[in-house]
Design a protein around this ligand. Sequence first.
Ligand code: GAR
Length: 197
Amino acid sequence: MIKTVILASGKGSNAKKILECQKLGKLPNIEIVALISDKEDANALKIAKEFGVKSVYLDPMRKGAFFSEEGAKFYLENLEFLCADFIVLAGFMRILPPSITSKYANKIINLHPSLLPSFKGKDAIKQAFDCGVKITGCTVHFVNDELDGGKIIDQKAVEIMPEDTLESLEEKVHAAEHVLLPSVIAKIGEGKIPLGK
Ligand code: GAR
């Protein structure tokens, strides 16, 4: 079994989808050992608990997008303690420190709400909407030291129609994410996408 840790900061709709898929037996060889959040009140923590998955708040010990040195050490120690083989960033709004990205090179995947390399960083759906592109979507990629810059694993496109509002586009991108992320995790479980290569 691939010991998998989910990192999430917010609502947790993607974490929920992963946990639902696992419950339905759609993620062979994937064992979700914990969900970790950098936000004490993240809904994602409640969702994991509902699924009977260990859910832990870990203090990154710094405000903003980065970790303090101590916080980075704390996260690494916990991932090691959990014997994580594979880490899924499902709406995790912090930039992982090099100590973690190098230890887990090509073993961490991130979900991003745009067709990378377009619209990196924050508010990617709004960036695409404001820019007026006709097609956007979502991406799952391996995490390296460059923000939203690691090797792309898979993408799902979403068409922006003239009648779309930012809200309707957000719904469409989230719906695409809920299909894309579990499908990538399933392929990893099946060994179709190798980890650590
Ligand atoms: C998702 O749209 C995900 O792509 C995005 O956060 C949202 C989390 O939603 N991630 C990023 O923007 C990372 N740069 P959720 O909490 O409902 O799963």
